[in-house]
Design a protein around this ligand. Structure first.
Ligand code: PEP
Ligand code: MN
Length: 352
């Protein structure tokens, strides 16, 4: 259920409505939009009593049921696109955000070289794995805390923000103490204990779609995070498993405009894990932006042949620069622009 209130309802009236809902057994999540204030009221059917008398409370415009199974992430709750602001970078809205970096942090020098290159080409967010969820226990598992430290040092030196993955609930606090955006990987999309923990960490979360998950399951996973009070969720389509073997996964382009209809959350695309082949990365990024994506998450390595992880799908710095130039053309064609380090937003109130 949502309670729609006037923008000028005043904090006292908003608090009074929240209090009334808490008494009825609902959890509340207020969203301050540009045209109205919406209080999402979520409760288990059995414990929550049906609402009475809310419509007549001061400042209340209307009370509505949310029909979608995911509630707070649904467009029914919020018509405007959510924009996540972190460290002066905006994700969502008219500008496209590109996140780039190696699959795994391998050394300080490696992450510095790559970060510098991608930043010069226009990436605002540095990606890199310190805890790697590998299919084989014998593959490189990541530098763990040392990797997080290297990323944070490079970020501070180059003025970027960082995104990195956490694979267990126990590590969320540690990862959140170094990184700006916490990534939940495809293999963990339905790890509900992890989703709840990142929901409590206070940092934006990049939620990848599981490679065998439906769009509804993906949005329900986002709802888990939001239900803990963290509305800063960025969705990331990274390809799903199909019968095709020439690509690592199949990028589900249709998921982009569809999720944009169903949800107000920003959606970015990872063409690297979708394709598994660097030659397909730029065309898939172009197609994603043309289909309405808010940005891309791309694997880049200064020497892909020597990468400890996912070299075959990693762009060289030169290829990444070319990709950015092409993406710029596509962005213009769909009336969007590429965010650059020069037009960082002023840190302000979260506009989710
Ligand atoms: C990654 O981005 O480092 C990663 C492991 O991706 P995914 O979870 O999509 O496989
Ligand atoms: Mn990878």
């Amino acid at each position: 259920m949502i309670v729609v209130m006037n923008l000028d309802a005043g904090e006292e009236n908003v608090e009074a409505v929240k209090e009334r809902l808490h008494q009825m057994g609902y959890k509340t999540h207020p969203i301050y939009g540009t045209a109205r204030i919406v209080i999402g009221a979520i409760g288990l059917e059995k414990s929550a009593t049906p609402p009475t008398g809310l419509e007549t409370m001061p400042g209340v415009e209307k009370v509505m049921r949310i029909m979608a199974p995911y509630k707070m992430v649904s467009r029914e709750v919020k018509n405007e696109d959510s924009v996540i602001e972190v460290g002066g970078v905006r994700i969502g809205g008219n500008q496209l955000t590109v996140m780039a970096g190696p699959c795994a942090v391998e050394s300080y020098d490696q992450i510095y070289k790559i970060a510098k290159g991608v930043s010069q080409s226009g990436a605002q967010v540095l990606r890199g794995g310190a805890f790697k969820p590998r299919s084989s226990p014998y593959s490189f598992q990541g530098l763990e805390e040392e990797g997080l430290k290297f990323m944070a040092e490079v970020r501070d030196e180059l003025g970027m923000i960082t995104v990195t993955e956490t694979i267990t609930p126990a590590d969320v606090e540690l990862v959140a103490s170094y990184a700006d955006i916490i990534q939940v990987g495809a293999r963990n999309m339905q790890n509900y204990a992890l989703l709840k923990e990142v929901g409590k960490c206070g940092k934006p979360v990049l939620l990848k779609r599981g490679f065998a998950s439906t769009i509804e399951e993906w949005l329900m996973a986002a709802e888990y995070i939001v239900n803990e009070g963290n509305l800063q969720v960025i969705l990331c389509e990274r390809g799903i498993r199909t019968f095709e073997t020439y690509t690592r996964n199949t990028l589900d382009i249709s998921a982009i405009p569809l999720v944009k209809i169903l949800s107000h959350l920003p959606v970015i695309v990872d063409p690297s894990h979708s394709a598994g082949d660097w030659r397909l990365v730029s065309p898939l990024a172009n197609a994603s932006v043309a289909a309405g994506a808010d940005g891309a998450l791309v694997e880049v390595h200064h020497t892909p042949n020597e990468a400890l992880c996912d070299g075959a799908q990693s762009l060289t710095l030169e290829n990444f620069d070319n990709m950015m130039q092409e993406l710029n053309q596509i962005a213009k064609a769909v009336n969007r622009s590429m965010a650059t380090s020069d037009n960082k937003c002023v840190e302000g109130k979260e506009k989710v």
